[in-house]
Design a protein around this ligand. Structure first.
Ligand code: ZN
Length: 320
């Protein structure tokens, strides 16, 4: 794939004639081929400049001023995309599975090679794909990962992949942050679709912990209700309670991330001894600071709503 040779981890339902020891995949459109020569011939004519959708978020470059459905012109293809400090220039594209089924099927087939629990590969019409790209002048837009969301809006995200050759850059955390940024934009209180891999759960728990601690810190010492925590972070009640239990701020024993409030969204009191309208306050603000630092990595990219140009195409589910 591109200049990378990547070992795969799981079976993916590529057509039978492509089930072999090596598969050659275009890093722009994810078309798959049997031979290196076929890949070279394809790359010479593949003109997909960026994922086939709207650029909805841009980081470390000039702020977006309009949707870029069309490929950038020559005047926008060079230095204007590079950050002044030389850091990574990133873009998120929204791709409609109904309008671009082949692209979305191809990215799903590729993702399945690296995701154990993924089942969706061909039936992509009811999904939107949010594709993260890094931009540089020499290569243009290169896909590093994506997350998907089902329509209607039932989960914060359905599936997340960072391509193996681009891992350890904290792009998984960035994709989670972007998914919750979209959720906050539509006031959708939710959770990722289950099952989560062990690594996926650790990544989400880290994000939830930091987000909840930041809200508790901002409202210290007055405190904040679970109801308001859910609404401000757009993290569902069950996930917020797991964090609060880890912090020792609620003691209900029935809380479990996998079986509490599995439908997400609801934030009223449940039969678990926790009242959503009671104020939750951390006594020790330095402990909150410690948790926030513990769940912050130097490579993390803070998302900024100012960089988002997006109108949600998904029907609202639990808009309040
Ligand atoms: Zn291609």
């Amino acid at each position: 794939m591109g200049r990378y040779e990547v070992d795969t981890w799981y079976y993916s339902p590529y057509p039978a004639e492509y089930q072999s020891s090596s598969l050659y995949v275009c890093e722009r459109c994810f078309k798959y081929m049997k031979t290196r020569d076929a890949l070279h011939a394809h790359c010479a004519v593949c003109n997909l400049w960026h994922p086939p959708g709207d650029e909805i978020y841009r980081h470390n470059t000039e702020p977006l001023v309009a949707s870029t459905t069309n490929p950038p012109t020559a005047t926008t293809s060079s230095e204007s995309y590079l950050a002044p400090d030389g850091r990574r220039a990133l873009s998120l594209f929204e791709v409609n599975g109904k309008k671009n089924p082949v692209y979305c099927q191809n990215i799903c087939l590729l993702a399945k090679l690296f995701l154990d629990h993924k089942t969706l590969c061909y039936d992509v019409a009811s999904f939107y794909f949010y594709v993260l790209c890094e931009f540089d002048v020499a290569s243009g837009y290169r896909v590093f990962g994506y997350f998907s969301k089902e329509s209607p809006n039932t989960h914060t995200m359905s599936c997340l992949l960072v391509l193996p050759q681009h891992q350890k850059k904290r792009y998984g955390r960035l994709l989670i942050s972007l998914a919750y940024l979209l959720a906050r934009k539509t006031r959708f209180i939710g959770t990722p679709e289950r099952p989560l891999s062990d690594l996926g759960y650790v990544s989400f728990l880290s994000y939830w912990t930091k987000a909840v601690c930041e809200e508790l810190q901002a409202t210290h010492p007055k405190g904040i209700t679970i109801h308001d925590l859910c609404h401000r972070t757009c993290i569902r009640r069950g996930d917020v309670l797991v964090v609060l239990r880890n912090l020792g701020l609620v003691t209900a024993s029935a809380i479990d991330a996998h079986d509490v409030c599995v439908n997400g969204g609801a934030t009223e009191a449940k039969n678990d001894g926790v009242n959503d309208r009671d104020l939750i306050a951390a006594k020790d603000v330095s402990l909150l600071r410690h948790h926030i630092e513990q769940h912050t990595h130097p490579l993390d990219i803070e998302v900024d709503v100012q960089n988002l140009r997006w109108r949600c195409a998904l029907p609202p589910h639990n808009l309040r």
